[in-house]
Ligand binder design. Sequence first.
Ligand SMILES: Nc1ncnc2c1ncn2[C@@H]1O[C@H](COP(=O)(O)OP(=O)(O)OP(=O)(O)O)[C@@H](O)[C@H]1O
Length: 246
Amino acid sequence: MTDLRLTARGLARGFSPHTGVRGIDLEVAPGEIHALVGLNGAGKTTLMRLLLGMLRPDSGTARIDGHDVRTAGAATWARVGHLVDGPLCYADLDTRTNLRIAAALRGVPRGRREEAVRAGITAFGLERYAGVRARVLSQGNRRRLGLAAALLHDPSVVVLDEPTDALDPRGVIRLREILLRRAGAGAGVLVSSHHLDEVARIADRVTVLHRGGVIGSLDPEGADIERAFFRLVHADEERHGDREDA
Ligand SMILES: Nc1ncnc2c1ncn2[C@@H]1O[C@H](COP(=O)(O)OP(=O)(O)OP(=O)(O)O)[C@@H](O)[C@H]1O
């Protein structure tokens, strides 16, 4: 029916008295890095949670590889890697053990798990921390662990909410290379960020959310992406006045 990696059609979810998101259409194609940008509270995380079936919509549908998230089976979920709402890790277990558990949970075959764990540790520069409990990792290294856990099974659908938060410049570069490689292998990547310059470096498409709705897109190769972003935001605010329902 579709070869899109992710599809949102009319997705809406309210949080009284706020809007959350209102009727969002969005697509992520194979091989595409699609970035979501918006001010605090714009609806980026809510949209990602809806797309991943972590939140039930009031209306609309979310699809992963063409499968409705409400009924998607294990084979579909095994192709998804996501980091939304903070890293899922066990504080008292070390980095390597957390990654072993992630590999098992994400369906990596038993015989390939150690290799996947090693590759995840190397990809995110966690060698020195392989035996360190998650509880005592720095914020940035915990974020690296969360990203390694989300990506060690080479997912074809990737959803990451503000993944560069807390990463140092080297971590940002590593992540950029990994996402470009994933997309190059045919994955669809949806990523949110507040760093417009960073987004412009890797995204094929940049969608702007504001007060729960899509208000336009930005050209990642455009001259002044920050100015273009605020032009869209201000135009939306002028159109709708100072409403407080989002
Ligand atoms: N569980 C919830 N209960 C009540 N309101 C919520 C809930 N989750 C989100 N909201 C509201 O929905 C709106 C969108 O929030 P969301 O977290 O999706 O924004 P965001 O774009 O990810 O923001 P940020 O950049 O600050 O992370 C906000 O008004 C927020 O307060």
